[in-house]
Structure formats: C-alpha cells, structure tokens
Design a protein around this ligand. Structure first.
Ligand SMILES: NC(=O)c1ccc[n+]([C@@H]2O[C@H](COP(=O)([O-])OP(=O)(O)OC[C@H]3O[C@@H](n4cnc5c(N)ncnc54)[C@H](OP(=O)(O)O)[C@@H]3O)[C@@H](O)[C@H]2O)c1
Length: 271
C-alpha cells in the first residue's frame, strides 16, 4: 500500500509519525508541503520524500501518482482548490481522506472525479502525542476494505470513531475542541489554588500534574468516570462538598451549553 500526504503540516505529520512508528515502510510514503524549507525539514525528520509545490506546480500530482490513500492536510480554505488540482493524477480507486475542519463530503466530492472513494475525518490535536480521537464519516462510494485501510493509517496516532457525517460537528465539539476545555479547567484549578493561598508556580504545577494523573487513571482498561468519581467522593466528605458546589453552579449544564455554542459556530462557518 502506498500513502501520500498532501500538506505535511502539524496534523498530517502526527498521523505519519504514528504510521511509521507502527512499522509502515517510509519508502511507501510520499508527501508535499508548500515551501521548500518545510519540505527539506520534514524529509529529514521522517526520512521520506517530500516535494514542495513552491517552484514545482506538479508536486501534488507527482506525489499522488500510484497512491492507494491520499491524506489531504492543507488548511480548510485551500482544500477545494487542492482537491481539484489532483483530479487528473489520482487513481480512480485511490481513497481520498480529508482531515480538514468544516469541508463536507459533498464539497469534496464536487471537487474530485465522480465516484472517487472519499472519507472525511475530524481528528483532534492529541494525535500529536499518539492519543488522538478521530471522528470518521465515509463517503458514498468508499468500500469497507478501503475504510479498514484508512482505520489502520490512524491506528498509530489515535482511536477512530465511525459516525454519520451529520454527527461530525458534535464529535468536533466534544473531541476536537475537548483538549481546550481540559486546558481551561486546568488553568482554572491553578488560578483557584493561587487565589486561595498557594504561590502561582506551585499551583500551576499541582493543577497540571493532577489532570495528568486523572487522565492516566481514565486510561486504565474499563475505567468509568462515574465510578472513579464515586470512589473519590465519599459521602459527607470533602470532594463531595466541592462537587455539590459545582452542581449548584450548574456545571453539567455549562458543558451542554458550551457544546451547543461550538456546534452552532460550526454551522455558521458552513460545516
Ligand atoms: N492542528 C490541529 O490540531 C488540527 C485538528 C483537526 C483538524 N485539523 C486540520 O488539519 C489541516 C491542517 O492543519 P495543520 O494545523 O496541520 O496546518 P499546517 O501545519 O499549516 O499544515 C498545512 C500544510 O499544508 C502545506 N500546504 C499549503 N499549501 C499547500 C499546497 N497547495 N499543496 C501542498 N501542501 C500545501 C503547508 O506547507 P508549509 O509547511 O510550507 O506551510 C503545511 O505543511 C487543516 O485542514 C485543519 O482543519 C488540524
């Protein structure tokens, strides 16, 4: 199997790193960037061929020739033009995978040759540490075998959840933006600790390592957040007192409202 990464930026590099770490042959990967400087840097980093479109207008076409899977990782505004530019060079059975926020399957299908196998994904930034979450929606003409191949591409960097395309905005609201909510919570915990008396640096490190530790507990097999919460919040105890205070302030509803705001913004942006 040959894979081409069009736009080897942050996100595609994370997917590629997971792929290579899983033993995929670097010689079966090609990639492109816009600038020559990025191409040189990424080629050295991964030991693969990376061609820059700067100075070579055929770079993307050259990279996808003979590819079984083409992962489009350019920024959303460049997605349609980039897909259109590839049309003549893609094998008819090459699976095109988009990681772009907001670009729909219908928009991509219009930009590509008729019946081109297509997959739209919504990955989150934790792919960069090999613990990503990826929402995946399949196009009308992609086969089960092609979907399985694309699942395997992400296996080294994240966990794939297959959803209908209509649910991708919600997946993005939860998992795409989710790390941002956790970082906000971590900051709030740190600031609260400082406000109540600890020095700021100690409070920040305490908050960070508390979230890291809780994340590790969630990683254990069969971990269940409610059971974990119950195991800490003994009746009449201090954690319960704090959680009751959060309940009284409407913490759960706050999260629901945040997800709704996120989805509404996605819809305003046209996804
Ligand atoms: N970062 C995230 O956490 C995240 C999460 C979910 C989804 N995404 C999606 O991932 C995509 C990429 O985001 P990113 O953060 O990885 O951006 P990025 O780091 O800027 O990567 C974009 C890459 O595309 C290259 N490029 C630009 N124009 C090109 C062209 N015409 N042909 C080939 N390559 C071209 C750029 O080259 P240069 O290096 O020379 O500039 C760069 O390497 C976006 O569509 C975004 O919605 C990102």
């Amino acid at each position: 199997m040959r894979i081409s990464f069009i736009g080897l930026g942050h996100l595609n590099s994370a997917i590629l790193a997971g792929l290579l770490a899983g033993g995929f042959e670097a010689t079966n990967v090609t990639a492109t960037t816009h600038s020559q400087a990025s191409a040189v840097q990424r080629s050295a980093e991964f030991g693969i061929e990376v061609i820059a479109t700067e100075g070579n207008p055929e770079a993307n076409n050259d990279a996808v020739a003979n590819a079984d899977i083409v992962v489009l990782g350019v920024k959303p505004p460049q997605m349609v033009a980039t897909a259109e530019g590839l049309a003549s060079a893609l094998a008819s059975d090459a699976t095109v995978v988009s990681v772009a926020a907001g670009t729909t399957l219908a928009t991509l299908a219009d930009a590509l040759p008729q019946d081109q196998p297509l997959i739209r994904t919504m990955p989150n930034v934790a792919l960069t540490v090999g613990k990503g979450v990826v929402g995946m929606a399949r196009g009308a003409t992609v086969t089960d075998a092609q979907v399985e191949q694309v699942d395997a591409v992400f296996a080294g960097s994240g966990t794939v959840f297959h959803v209908a395309e209509k649910d991708l905005n919600l997946v993005a609201a939860m998992a795409g933006s989710g790390p941002g909510y956790v970082f906000r919570f971590t900051n709030a915990l740190a600031r609260a600790g400082a406000e109540l008396g600890l020095d700021a640096a100690t409070a920040q490190e305490l908050a960070r390592l508390t979230v890291v530790g809780a994340g590790a507990m969630l990683e254990t097999p069969d971990a269940e957040p409610t059971a974990l919460e119950d195991s800490i919040a003994t009746e009449g105890g201090v954690t319960e007192a704090a959680l009751q205070s959060m309940d009284a302030a409407g913490f759960d509803q706050l999260i629901v409202d945040a997800l709704k705001a996120n989805v509404t913004r996605s819809e305003e942006l046209g996804a």
